[in-house]
Unconditional design. Structure first.
Length: 189
C-alpha cells in the first residue's frame, strides 16, 4: 500500500466551500515523468500549469475530493468540517501512510502532519493542486449566479475589492456568515 497525501484549499476565504483532497499515485514508476517532477505547492504554480496537471494527476492516481459548503462551515465550525473531511478521506482511500499538509491532524489517529508538506511530498502537492483547481472551478462557476461579487477574480478570499463589494451589496448565500471581519463591523463612531 502506498502513501496518501492530503491537502486543502479554501480554509481562509469568507465565501465558498472548503475543499479537501486525498491522493494516492497508482503507479510508483512515475518519478522520472516530467509532470511528476513539476509537482509542488499549488500556490507556486500558474493557473495554466495547475489546470494541465489536474487531469494528469487524476489519470495517474486514486483520489477523493471532499467539499464542505459555507453553510456546513457556519453550522459545524471549521475544525469539525476539517475533522470530517480527513475522516472521509481516510475511510475512502486505503493507504499505508496518510500525510497531511500542516501542523495539526485534528485528533484523527493515523494522520501524520508535515509543515509545508505541499512543497516537500509529491502526493501532498498533487492533493494541493486537485483541491485548488476544484475550488477555483466552483467559484468561477458560481460567479455567474452572483456577478456583482466578482468571485471569478478573488475566489471568495478576503481582498480589498471583495470587502468593498460586501459593503455595497451585503452578504450573499455563499458567504460564510460565521466569519467576522473587522472591516465589516459597525463602529460606534
Amino acid at each position: 500500500m502506498a502513501i496518501c497525501g492530503i491537502d486543502e484549499a479554501g480554509r481562509g476565504p469568507i465565501a465558498g466551500p472548503m475543499v479537501y483532497v486525498g491522493v494516492i499515485f497508482k503507479n510508483l514508476d512515475i518519478e522520472n515523468k516530467e509532470w511528476f517532477k513539476s509537482l509542488t505547492d499549488s500556490k507556486k504554480l500558474s493557473a495554466k500549469k495547475r489546470k494541465e496537471l489536474f487531469e494528469t494527476i487524476k489519470e495517474n492516481s486514486i483520489y477523493h475530493i471532499v467539499f464542505k459548503s459555507n453553510n456546513e462551515i457556519d453550522e459545524k465550525g471549521l475544525s469539525q468540517c476539517i475533522k470530517e473531511s480527513l475522516m472521509e478521506i481516510k475511510e475512502t482511500l486505503k493507504a499505508k501512510e496518510y500525510l497531511f499538509d500542516g501542523n495539526s491532524n485534528f485528533g484523527i489517529e493515523g494522520i501524520e502532519t508535515i509543515i509545508k508538506g505541499d512543497a516537500k511530498i509529491k502526493e501532498i502537492s498533487a492533493a494541493s493542486i486537485l483541491a485548488k483547481v476544484s475550488r477555483d472551478r466552483f467559484m468561477i462557476e458560481i460567479a455567474n449566479k452572483y456577478p456583482e461579487y466578482n468571485f471569478a477574480k478573488h475566489k471568495g478570499y478576503i481582498t480589498k475589492e471583495h470587502i468593498e463589494l460586501i459593503k455595497k451589496y451585503g452578504l450573499c448565500e455563499i458567504h460564510r456568515k460565521s466569519y467576522k471581519l473587522k472591516a465589516l463591523q459597525k463602529t460606534l463612531f
